[in-house]
Design a protein around this ligand. Structure first.
Ligand code: SAM
Length: 251
């Protein structure tokens, strides 16, 4: 994998000066979230790449986002980089793929695995204040639910790609489909068990309810700033994919 920021030296410089802000991030705080994902980075990587059906979902998301050959695609909250090869396949050889994440442990795993893949880079940065000013497409999977203000983040990402650019979100939330609803209690327990400490125990707002709310807010924000939005669900309704083309400003 490339270690140079693909979007110019600037990208690294700006990343270095933009420390993640606690106030906009997960309820447990940045440090707790980073420690959690660093500790479980290898396990997360296995889950992110080998869970049955997950590869198909990522492939589908890349197909729907449909970056063109030569495009620059940014994956916000890229984790261990599971999406990056799917985007690279579409933009290669001239295009570039950049993963942004604020957790050093997951970036180290991404770096190890993708170091020899040309035109793919990862950089440490806050997805809510990304170290990138321009891209053709921005994507984020399983990240919306971790952001205190996901709609604001989506609007920021829309500004980065600008009118005509592509925006995509893939998230998990409780199912509203009759076929999936009976398993919502199991989903709720899984969300609680896999949430960083400090986000699990509030009685007034369960992790699953908060996840749902944030996912809905993020996908709604995408709908509001994009034309031609395609939305679909998979995995019994637990996976939600939205993609669209950013519209001219509607103000
Ligand atoms: C559930 S993982 C998803 C990883 C990857 N997108 C995937 O599909 O496997 C969430 C990731 O988002 C990252 N993250 C959460 N909030 C972030 C933020 N504000 N800026 C950058 N990364 C963030 C975490 O460090 C973690 O790696």
């Amino acid at each position: 994998m490339d270690t140079d920021p693909p979007l110019g030296d600037d990208a690294r410089d700006r990343t270095a000066t933009r420390e993640p802000r606690d106030s906009l991030l997960t309820d447990g705080g940045v440090a707790t979230t980073q420690a959690f994902y660093t500790r479980w980075a290898r396990l997360y990587d296995a889950i992110a790449r080998r869970t049955p059906g997950i590869g198909g979902l990522r492939e589908r998301a890349a197909e729907r986002l449909a970056p063109a050959r030569g495009d620059v695609v940014v994956d916000m909250g890229c984790g261990t980089g599971a999406n990056l090869p799917y985007f690279r396949e579409r933009v290669a050889p001239e295009g570039r793929v950049l993963g942004v994440d604020f957790t050093p442990g997951v970036l180290a795993v991404a770096h190890d695995r993708l170091r020899d893949v040309p035109a793919v880079s990862v950089v440490r940065g806050d997805a809510t204040r990304p170290p990138v000013d321009e891209a053709d497409a921005v994507f984020a999977s399983f990240v919306s639910g971790m952001l205190a203000d996901p709609a604001a983040a989506v609007r920021t990402w829309a500004e980065i790609v600008g009118p005509g650019g592509r925006l995509g979100l893939l998230d998990l939330a409780r199912s509203t489909r009759p076929v999936g609803r009976p398993l919502n209690d199991v989903f709720r327990l899984v969300v609680r068990a896999t949430s960083p400490p400090g986000t699990r125990s509030r009685l007034d707002d369960s992790p699953a309810a908060r996840l749902d709310r944030r996912v809905v807010a993020a996908h709604r924000a995408l709908l509001e700033c994009c034309d031609d939005v395609e939305h679909e669900t998979a995995a019994l309704g637990y996976a939600r994919l939205s993609v669209g083309t950013v519209a001219e400003s509607r103000e």
